[in-house]
Design a protein around this ligand. Structure first.
Ligand SMILES: [Zn+2]
Length: 55
Protein backbone atom coordinates (compact mmCIF):
# COMPACT_ATOMS: atom_id res chain seq x y z
CA UNK A 1 0.00 0.00 0.00
CA UNK A 2 1.49 3.31 -1.00
CA UNK A 3 0.01 6.54 0.16
CA UNK A 4 -0.05 9.67 -1.88
CA UNK A 5 3.16 11.56 -1.20
CA UNK A 6 3.89 15.19 -1.91
CA UNK A 7 6.55 15.52 -4.58
CA UNK A 8 7.63 18.81 -3.09
CA UNK A 9 8.02 18.28 0.66
CA UNK A 10 7.46 14.55 1.02
CA UNK A 11 4.36 14.83 3.19
CA UNK A 12 2.20 11.74 3.05
CA UNK A 13 -1.54 11.74 2.77
CA UNK A 14 -3.57 9.62 5.15
CA UNK A 15 -5.03 7.67 2.28
CA UNK A 16 -3.85 6.11 -0.96
CA UNK A 17 -5.97 8.51 -2.91
CA UNK A 18 -4.87 12.06 -3.44
CA UNK A 19 -6.98 14.38 -1.24
CA UNK A 20 -9.17 16.85 -3.06
CA UNK A 21 -7.19 19.71 -1.59
CA UNK A 22 -4.00 18.39 -3.08
CA UNK A 23 -2.84 19.17 -6.58
CA UNK A 24 -1.42 16.98 -9.29
CA UNK A 25 0.44 17.55 -12.49
CA UNK A 26 2.00 15.33 -15.11
CA UNK A 27 5.50 16.07 -16.29
CA UNK A 28 7.45 13.92 -18.71
CA UNK A 29 4.85 11.20 -18.22
CA UNK A 30 5.42 11.12 -14.47
CA UNK A 31 2.55 11.95 -12.17
CA UNK A 32 3.53 14.46 -9.55
CA UNK A 33 1.49 15.12 -6.42
CA UNK A 34 1.58 18.22 -4.29
CA UNK A 35 0.04 18.63 -0.85
CA UNK A 36 -2.41 21.43 -0.18
CA UNK A 37 0.28 23.68 1.22
CA UNK A 38 2.73 23.19 -1.62
CA UNK A 39 -0.06 23.53 -4.13
CA UNK A 40 -0.94 26.92 -2.75
CA UNK A 41 2.65 28.06 -2.54
CA UNK A 42 3.62 26.82 -5.95
CA UNK A 43 0.45 27.10 -7.95
CA UNK A 44 2.04 29.65 -10.23
CA UNK A 45 5.11 27.54 -10.77
CA UNK A 46 3.04 24.47 -11.50
CA UNK A 47 0.84 26.28 -13.96
CA UNK A 48 3.84 27.93 -15.53
CA UNK A 49 5.58 24.61 -16.03
CA UNK A 50 2.74 23.33 -18.14
CA UNK A 51 3.61 25.84 -20.81
CA UNK A 52 7.35 26.06 -20.40
CA UNK A 53 10.04 23.72 -21.65
CA UNK A 54 11.71 21.26 -19.33
CA UNK A 55 14.49 22.59 -17.19
ZN1 LIG B 1 4.07 19.41 0.15
Amino acid sequence: MSRATCSMCGQQAETEEVPLTWGTSVENGRKLVYCDRCTRENVRNIEGKLDSVYW
